[in-house]
Design a protein around this ligand. Structure first.
Ligand SMILES: *Cc1c(COP(=O)(O)O)cnc(C)c1O
Length: 354
């Protein structure tokens, strides 16, 4: 095996879930485990997050996998069903569904279910991606309230700009004008959980913060007392000494200006490390912060060892984790921690720790 491993801390998941409850003490927590739990492994993440009040997924197959792993929590399909036939499995596995458009409402109204199900009715509060506009939302709610297939209606919306300090006021005025206190609510993603207490009623839906990355670009995960869950760890598989004028990697993008030692790390874009990471992206070798050099290859990348003189073949490398926040790697690569975590490739073995 190559030395590259994604270490996953289940206790960090539990810690971050406890932080969600500290931010939103009265709320029920629907932990979002879509995208293979943001790259952390669906089933193991659900085990680390077992104190959640429910789990939200994208696909029926994920919900079925959770049920087959013995998870009895409420499970929410975040985009609902994609065809009327899927309602049979929704019924069989006792799932909760989002309804975000009229066709889904018709499918449910025409379905024969053994038990009524909980429906999260989605309001479009300004993102204009999924959900009913306010007038249609009121009609849909009225119709749902009469259906024998429905056990409970939860009024739901998703914010386009909860990461901005002033980002939810127009959406919240749509919510206030449209949602009825007779039914429960589900409004908040991670960004709203950490900075908009007015959104916490009912079910909150944390994703990224559970995995220990920050939902707010200008603030670190540590500032929210979150712990990184994934440590992407590898090792040096070669050490080179460059002379002034020597370059490293495809395209010869980095050229040494003086004699310097560099290391070659077993991790590349086929592992999910971003190919567009520029020279200078933070990385740690033997516990010392340093930088990547030149272009990321499919299976390898280069690092500066000028400040790590004792590093030899086999030296430990942290691509991201407790020492190198995934958010800082993301900033260097002009993306967000979400994308890096979700992109960790299946070929990278995971090790789970209590
Ligand atoms: C992904 C998702 C979330 C979680 O968002 P984070 O920013 O990761 O907290 C919440 N609600 C919905 C509808 C989502 O699709």
């Amino acid at each position: 095996m190559r030395p590259l491993v994604a270490h996953i801390s289940l206790s960090a998941l539990a810690h971050n879930l406890a932080q969600v409850r500290r931010f939103a003490p009265g709320a029920k927590v629907m932990s979002v485990v879509k995208a293979n739990a943001y790259g952390h492994d669906l089933i193991h993440a659900a085990q680390g997050l077992k104190d959640s009040d429910g789990f939200a997924v994208l696909n029926l197959s994920e919900a079925i996998a959770l049920r087959e792993a013995g998870i009895l929590h409420p499970l929410l399909l975040l985009e609902g069903v994609f065809s009327p036939e899927q309602l049979e499995a929704v019924d069989h596995y006792a799932l909760d569904i989002v309804i975000h458009h009229e066709a889904q409402l018709d499918w449910l109204a025409n379905a024969t279910l053994q038990r009524p199900i909980r429906v999260f009715l989605k309001l479009d509060s300004g993102m204009h991606r999924l959900g009913f506009r306010p007038q249609a939302f009121l009609q849909a709610r009225q119709r749902l309230a009469k259906l024998p297939q429905v056990s409970e209606i939860v009024q739901m919306t998703h914010f386009a700009n909860a990461d901005r300090v002033d980002g939810i006021s127009s959406a919240m005025s749509v919510v206030a004008d449209t949602m009825d206190t007779e039914f429960s609510l589900s409004l908040a993603n991670s960004a709203a959980i950490v900075q908009h207490a007015s959104t916490h009623a009912g079910w909150v839906r944390p994703g990224i913060m559970l995995y220990g990355a920050s939902p707010i670009a200008s603030q670190s995960a540590a500032s929210f007392h979150l712990q990184p869950v994934m440590q992407l760890q590898s090792a040096l598989i070669a050490v080179q000494t460059l002379s002034a004028g020597d370059s490293v990697g495809y395209g010869s993008l980095f050229t040494a200006t003086q004699t310097m030692r560099i290391g070659i790390v077993a991790c590349g874009y086929a592992d999910g490390y971003p190919r567009h990471a520029p020279t200078g992206t933070p990385i740690a070798v033997n516990g010392v912060m340093t930088r990547t050099l030149g272009r990321v290859s499919m299976d390898m990348l280069a690092v500066d060892l000028v400040n790590v003189p004792d590093a030899q073949i086999g030296a430990a490398v942290e691509l991201w984790g407790a020492q190198v926040p995934v958010d800082e790697v993301a900033i260097a690569c002009s993306t967000i921690g979400y994308e890096l975590l979700c992109a960790v490739a299946p070929r990278v073995p995971k090790q789970f720790h209590g």
